[in-house]
Structures are given as C-alpha cells and as structure tokens.
Design a protein around this ligand. Sequence first.
Ligand code: CAA
Length: 385
Amino acid sequence: MDFDLTAEQREIQTLAREFANAEIEPHASEWDRAHGFPRELLAKLGDLGLMGVCVPEEYGGAGADFVSYVLVLEELSRADAGVGVTVAVHTSACTLPLLQFGTEEQRARFVPPLARGEGVGCFALTEPGAGSDAGALVTRADADGDGWHVSGAKQWITNAAFGGTVLLFARTDAETKSARGVSAFIVDTDQITITRTEEKLGLNSSVTNDIAIDTHIDGDRLIGDQNHGFRIAMATLDGGRIGIAAQAVGIAQAAYDVARRYAKEREAFGHPIADFQAIQHKLANMSMEIDAARLLTLRAAWLKKEGRPHTEAGAKAKLFASEMARRQTSEAIQVLGGYGYTKEFPVERYYRDAKITEIYEGTSEIQRLVIAREILGQRANAPAT
Ligand code: CAA
C-alpha cells in the first residue's frame, strides 16, 4: 500500500492550490454576497487545464487521473465551494459521462469544448416531482421524425445559466413509470429556457436554475441505449459523489485552518484559547475527522481511477465527508464564538456551504440506502460478488 501521491498528482494539486489561493479565496466572501463569480474565472481555469483535469489530452483535457481531479476539487472548494461545485458538475456529471457513454462521434464533437472550458456542463435529472426518487421523472422524449421532441421541466440545475451542454434525462417509454424507460440526451443550453434562478442558503457563488424544454433534438443526441439511460445517471452519480466528498473535505479543511489559526491568536483568561483543553479537543476532532473523510474520498477516487466498482466506496465517502463537514464547520464557529457568527470571518459561509453536501448528488438518506443495497447484495443487476 502506498499513501504517497504521485509526482503528477502533487504537481496538479499544487497548481490548483496556488491558483485558488491567489485568484479565488481572496474574492470568495465578495462572490458569496454578490451571488456569483465572474465568468472569466472559468476561462482561467480552462487555460490551466482545470476544466478537464481527468479528460484525455486527445479530447482537449489535461490527461491527468481521477485522483488528481479529486485533489483539484478539494483545493477549489477550500477556497470557494461554489466554484468547486461548478467544476464538479461540469466535469463529473457532464463531461465524464459523455466520454464514458458517448459514441466516438459524440465524444469528438462534445467533449473538447467542455474540457477546454469554452462551454460549461450541466446534469438535468431532478424535477419538481423527482428528487430522491429520480426514476419518477416525467420529462418526455417522443420520437419525432429523425429525432426526438423533448418536453418538460427540470429543477435545481447547477450551471444552466452559463451556457454549454446539458446531459438531460427524459422518459422515452411513456408506458413505464419507474426508472426503466428513461434515456439520456445531450442538449445545448440554447435549446432550453431558464425559468428561475434559485436563492439558496449557501453556495451562493454557484448558479442553480430551473429550466424548461420543449424542442426537437436530432437523433444523434441520444447517449447510450434507448430506455437504459437511468443506468447512465446512476453510474454518473457514483463518480460525482466522490467529487462532492472532496468538496466537503475542502470546506471542512478551510474551516479547520481558520479555527486553528484563531485559537492560537485569540487570548482569554490570560492565555491563547488553544491552551485550553476544551478547544484542543475540538481541533483534535476536526483534524481526525478531516483525515478520515479525505482517506475515504481518495480510496473511492482510486477505485474509480482503477476502473473498479466504486458505488459503495463513493457513497460512504460522500456520506461521511458531508456529515463531517456540517459538524466540523459548526465546531469552527464555536471556536471563534461570536466572531464566528459574523461575516468578519468566513466560517459562517463554510457552515452554510457545507449543508448542501448532505443533500445534492443524493441525500445522506439515499447514500445509506445505496450502501445498504450494496452490502446486502440488493441492487438491481448488481455485479456478482
Ligand atoms: N450503476 C449503474 N446502474 C445502476 C446503479 C449504479 N450504481 N444503480 C442502479 N442502477 C441501475 C439498475 O441496475 C437498474 O437498471 P435496469 O433498468 O437496467 O434494470 C436501474 O438503474 C434502476 O435501478 P433501481 O431499480 O435500483 O432504481 P430505483 O428507482 O430504486 O432508484 C436510487 C435508486 C438509488 C434511489 C436512485 O433513484 C437515486 O440515486 N436517487 C438519488 C438521486 C440523486 O442522487 N440525485 C442527484 C441529482 S444531481 C445533483 O445533485 C447535481 C448537483 O447539482 C450537484
């Protein structure tokens, strides 16, 4: 067993950390208040290869591995979790499934602009009546000449307003009401209408939209087999959840860094508060839980990189890291006391940002369901163990 990162993984981690420290972290509070970061940031990330970290060079990416990508997400999220989720959804939930499930023609056409950051990727599965029960979706794709007529509405779509490519799931078998009879399509953002921009508790620098669609799309926009798109959605989320785990680790690390620094500087009762056991125990727990979450995350990322099953490992990493981040960002506020509750310090933002990691890409309750199905061998068509 080798716990060291490779030279390439370290190099890309350093690149992302230096960029995040210089170009993201100093603006994160302002972007939180302004509810957005400048679009040019994505161009800069694209120039550095960070919009396509683990996409092969022949498709416009940086050609690094999935572990490197997860390291990048941690660094971006440590600086600004909104930027982290923008890159995570763009990469894990759109670019990578197009690479994995697209035909060679689809890969060559759609992946390079995404990997270079010229367009931004979105994942449109959720609907007003289909969240945790994603298989209840009602957006339809009806055969229409040489293609499809797609109609319906999707909710909470990260990145839709940026412009780019949407991996969209629609029902192609109107008779079936479950997860079966769903297909995956590539849609351009100019084929959808933004119907709402969501106001959120946190993650304010990222953009979250409701969208509507009512348009013809060509037959070559179908990804994978007709009526078997739900498997693509699930496999995509298996990988995406590892990215959200990394995001949660990044947020918690940021909170811990502030709390540790503050504890060494702030004096009470004639001592730095880091001298008091009550504070020491908090910092020790934070450090331990961040380590544990990072190890679970890197293990899951490594399994995916190796092409090995990672459904259970990814769900465990996401579940543990997200609950840890919510707990430990709260503890960071407690270490800072009244200051932690104000906008003078960023820990209140970390606390607000951490909460969503327990909800999107599958709630904690869904992660427990996924883990339970895996360990009990109850997933439909699960590979034999
Ligand atoms: N990999 C590949 N295929 C899988 C799979 C996996 N991990 N898990 C299930 N499948 C396949 C099954 O084999 C089955 O295939 P067939 O139709 O060929 O038989 C099909 O998917 C249906 O599976 P289930 O019967 O298990 O489906 P279900 O209706 O019971 O749902 C669920 C399972 C786990 C609850 C699923 O609905 C789920 O994950 N829900 C949560 C949805 C979610 O995470 N949404 C996140 C939205 S995206 C987001 O948040 C992005 C963002 O903005 C950050």
